[in-house]
Design a protein around this ligand. Structure first.
Ligand code: ATP
Ligand code: MG
Length: 255
């Protein structure tokens, strides 16, 4: 049996997509059968895994709309154990409210996750920022959740809201476990960034914080621009090593 792990945060731009792509790639590289699913209608996963052809590939939104079958839209990647389900044609629309309603109301998302799990997939889900209907629906069907927290001033401000949302989701989905908060974009040598990381470590109970922090590196930016996860693009880069360590840490829990 596989498992569903959601990457969520109240704030935008904190490294959710980067984390989902690299964690999924690191786990697949280690031989875990992994499915990366983009439920964010912005569809950024497509850029990060190098599927930027001219045509928008069909994906999750097309399965939910009933125009495509799941098996026809799950795509292979250069990693044999990693497959991806992109956001789909919703990414071309300016208006995403129909999609959000579909996700929130249709039983299909849960069914899709259940099918993937039954086939032994570890499903890593990249979500839109905030705690809207899409993210809450994903949490209702997940067993694991991690919350990236960018090392910047006021980082902790939104953490209470997200922790409350996870607790609320767990009240109706007792299988849901918060694996932890993940410090991202930590800048070594930058006093502000280091002070924020120290403050977060001081303020949060240790069991809430994952025992690895992702540094901010140039290679992470280069990798995204090149359409590759940094763990494959520059495996010795400190951010890549941190994501590999995160995968090692989480792997035994994701059963
Ligand atoms: N470790 C890192 N080092 C350098 N840049 C990074 C790192 N992690 C993420 N970034 C960059 O920060 C930006 C935001 O990251 P990302 O897209 O992963 O965040 P997000 O939380 O998914 O954003 P959104 O809320 O818009 O979906 C991107 O340009 C990404 O390339
Ligand atoms: Mg994103």
């Amino acid at each position: 049996m596989g498992a569903i792990l959601a990457v969520v945060s109240q704030k935008g731009g904190v490294g959710k997509t980067t984390t989902a792509i690299n964690l999924a790639s690191a786990l697949a590289r280690g031989g875990r059968k992994t499915l990366l699913v983009d439920v964010d209608p912005q569809g950024a996963v497509r850029h990060g895994v190098g599927l930027m052809g001219t045509e928008q590939p069909a994906g999750l939104s097309d399965v939910l709309a009933g125009t495509h079958e799941l098996q026809d839209v799950v795509l292979g990647t250069p990693l044999p154990w990693l497959r991806v389900l992109l956001a789909g044609s919703v990414s071309d629309d300016v208006e995403h409210s129909t999609y959000s309603r579909q996700v929130a109301e249709s039983p299909k998302l849960g069914e899709l996750f259940d099918r993937a799990r039954a086939r032994g997939y570890l499903v890593i889900v990249d979500t839109p920022p905030g705690l809207g209907a899409v993210t809450r629906r994903v949490l209702a069907h997940s067993q694991h959740v991690i919350v990236p927290l960018q090392c910047e001033p006021l980082a902790l401000q939104t953490t209470t809201q997200i922790l409350r949302a996870v607790r609320q989701a767990a009240a109706t989905n007792p299988a849901l476990v918060l694996d932890g908060i993940l410090l991202t974009m930590l800048e070594a040598g930058n006093a502000v960034s280091e002070r924020v990381a120290a403050y977060v470590r001081e303020q949060l109970p240790p069991e809430l914080l994952l025992d690895v922090a992702i540094p901010r590196t140039m290679s992470s930016i280069d990798a995204f621009a090149a359409g590759q996860p940094v763990v494959l693009h520059s495996p010795n880069d400190p951010a890549a090593l941190a994501y590999l360590r995160l995968a090692e840490l989480l792997e035994p829990r994701l059963r």
